[in-house]
Design a protein around this ligand. Sequence first.
Ligand code: ZN
Length: 291
Amino acid sequence: MNYNILNNKKLIKIIFVFTLLIHLPVSISALNIETLESNGIFTVKCTKHDGVYNFYCINNKTYDITFNFELSLLKNLEIKGSFPPAVMISNGQKIMLIEAVKKDKNKKSLYAYTWYWMKGKMDVQHQSDYLYSLPYATNESYKIIQGFYGTYSHENICAIDWEMPEGTAIHAARPGKIVSVEKSYNKNKVHESFKNYGNHITIEHKDSSYRDYYHLKNNGVVVSVGQLVETGQLIGYSGNTGYSSVPHLHFEVYSSIDGKIKNSYPIKFKTERYPEGIDLLENRLYTPLKE
Ligand SMILES: [Zn+2]
């Protein structure tokens, strides 16, 4: 039910970096590129040239990520200038993270690095008075089996799980642009290792917040990246893929604070009974407002 892939997972490695071979002629411009991480979502590299180390990150996905990178335990190396610990990296973009310079070019350097990342943009002002539509057909009602801060798997997030049979039509709850889709998976298990196997759709709103629909059925996505969708538009079909125990739809609106902490928004919905908006509660069934 909690879909975050690799969120808040940190990796600390200590890399020993050796100086360029001293017998190289000075006129040769030796550029050494080291890949520190490459995982299909992003790539972190360090280029070393003439005692200058440039650390940068490339976002390989179709959505934006917030990336947090820190260097520590520096030996014979100092950070040049000031770099914010967290940066937003757009899809396909390459961003310089930190530049460090050797104090003594002829001596060895040592450094450790830590990274965190999160799907979504930073510095987002979510439109808090927006009333979302229920994400299913107007003549249907589904029960919420886990709500905001639910103890099963929503401890720190304002996500909603609707229990619904596999193949239930899912409709957009707010207009936006499709920034990520995955529909190839076909398995589920209640285990952390299955977090990466949930079929999903991610939509970006006008206010730059992201909205996720997770655990969709195999081939249960009918929209494509880059497509604009309107409220009520059919976007896919629910399922039970990934880290999931029963057929359900996981729904969440969020942004990133700094790549470590998520802004998960306590959104309101309009329903047939409460057109003025309501906070949805666990174990209740809600029917969409006919508009
Ligand atoms: Zn959930």
